[in-house]
Design a protein around this ligand. Structure first.
Ligand code: IFM
Length: 457
């Protein structure tokens, strides 16, 4: 008898992090500052004035962290490269010591049988490039492709899986529209231009990879299904707008070579015409798609929410994380099925999934985090269910390996499977890490068989 809950033998069991959130030492060994360095050092921008100056001190403790990954049983690790560590001014002069850090990291992972899964951009733009206009300057597509090419050449003999951008939607919505993230702009006119340049940069970097890459390249997007709160036309329309804005804004151009028509409805006169040649550049075939999934949104028309006029309705009876995100594993299945229906059967990775909960105090050297265990359990079951329904999901990366710097929330939100004491840098496996290890060892058999992904573990 076959056990239906068993994941394929070549499934990637991973965890994810990003450079600014864990590395610390942002200016060490010749590195240049990033926009997040400036932003977090600007009073009032982050919770308690927290910065990534030390974070998890991973830059100096990476060997210990690789050993923890091995203890966890991971066979893949998703991390990002700090552009300004490698190119302090974002272009031109190489900082060999910065590049060497990533070479040592990759070699250390491979020695322990862990597949490196590299993200080229996870929000930490070199400050020098921001001073030239950053994502608003069309030249950034070339700066990014040159940086990407340098890394393909340096690491391409060892890294087989690459992604260009992490969550460009968040980078624009928070960095150029709400101003809650670096570079801290709040402009309806800038957001569409930044979006378009992110997409052009992605397209050029994929093109550069095709010229010499030996592995696979994709893009990572954050997706969140939008369900209308009622059958009223205005709520249905609001949900459709929110869906186009968050879920289709980056994927339609990449897969179809066109921005969704609703973008003009959302941004009005601020949404420019984009050249056909740009759209052709953006529509590069990719080898896989990375999906970051955390929650869903139940949507109603809300004139106060700019630019979509779509607000979220809190669901009584649901559990919410410390980020205020509803725990809703069925949304992951719905999202994956929607992706396959709309864009075809491309290989998929769940490149982030996880939850911030207020962990209880450490007792007997243990961190008991039953809510995170339950979250993981139900979402992993959802992944398996999606596979059973025919979706080609090839790997799962828990967010995050370690508690870390949660952007404007600073160290106030903990997503880690591994607890980090930010004073001593001591790491402790939470119960969720132990649970994940068991799941990996059993290839999912411990998740339980059938049933709705929504029934609590
Ligand atoms: O911490 C972030 C990560 O950098 C990008 N995706 C969502 C995570 C949780 O907010």
């Amino acid at each position: 008898m076959t056990d239906d809950s068993i994941f394929p033998a070549d499934f990637f069991w991973g965890a994810a992090t990003s450079a600014y959130q864990i590395e610390g030492s942002p200016l060490a060994d010749g590195a240049g500052p990033s926009i997040w360095h400036r932003f977090s050092h600007t009073p009032g921008r982050t919770h308690s004035g927290d910065t990534g100056d030390t974070a998890c001190d991973h830059y100096r403790r990476y060997e210990m962290d690789i050993a923890l990954m091995q203890r966890l049983g991971l066979n893949a690790y998703r991390f990002s490269i700090s552009w300004s560590r490698v190119l302090p001014e974002g272009r031109g002069r190489l900082n060999a010591q910065g590049l060497n850090f990533y070479e040592r990291l990759v070699d250390g992972l491979l020695r322990r049988g862990i597949e490196p899964f590299v993200t080229l951009y996870h929000w930490d733009l070199p400050l020098a490039l921001d001073e030239l206009g950053g994502w608003l300057n069309r030249d950034i597509a070339h700066w990014f492709a040159d940086y990407a090419q340098l890394l393909y050449r340096a690491l391409g003999d060892r890294v087989r899986l690459w992604t260009t951008l992490n969550e460009p939607w968040v980078a624009v919505a928070e960095g150029y529209l709400s101003g809650l993230h670096a570079p801290g702009h709040a402009s309806l006119a800038e957001a569409p231009r930044a979006t378009h340049n992110f997409l052009r940069a992605h397209g050029l970097a994929v093109q550069a990879y095709r010229a010499e890459g030996r592995g696979q390249i994709g893009l990572v997007v954050n997706l969140e299904p939008k369900y209308p709160v009622s059958a009223k036309p205005e709520d249905q329309e609001a949900a459709a707008r929110a869906h186009a804005y968050m879920n289709r804004q980056y994927l339609d151009p990449v897969f179809f070579g066109a921005h969704p028509r609703r973008m003009r409805e959302i941004f009005g006169a601020h949404w420019p015409e984009f050249a056909d040649a740009d759209m052709r550049l953006i529509r590069q075939p990719i080898d896989f798609l990375g999906v970051n999934y955390y929650t869903r949104s139940v949507v109603r028309h809300d004139p106060a929410i700019v630019p979509t006029y779509a607000g979220s309705v809190r669901q009584s009876g649901s559990r919410y994380t410390e980020m205020g995100w509803e725990v809703y594993p069925q949304g992951l299945i719905d999202t994956l099925l929607w992706l396959c229906n709309r864009y075809g059967t491309i290989p998929l990775y769940i490149t982030e999934n996880g939850a911030a909960f207020a962990d209880p105090p450490i007792t007997d050297g243990r961190v008991h985090d039953p809510l995170r265990v339950d979250y993981l359990h139900r979402h992993l079951r959802a992944v398996r269910e999606a596979q059973r329904q025919g979706v080609d999901v090839r790997g799962y990366f828990a967010w995050s390996l370690l508690d870390n710097f949660e952007w404007s929330y600073g160290y106030g939100k903990r997503f880690g499977l591994i607890h980090v004491d930010f004073t001593t840098q001591r790491r402790i496996f939470k119960d969720s890490a132990r649970f994940y290890r068991e799941v990996i060892q059993a290839r999912g058999a411990v998740l339980g068989q059938q049933g709705s992904a929504d029934s609590p573990a």
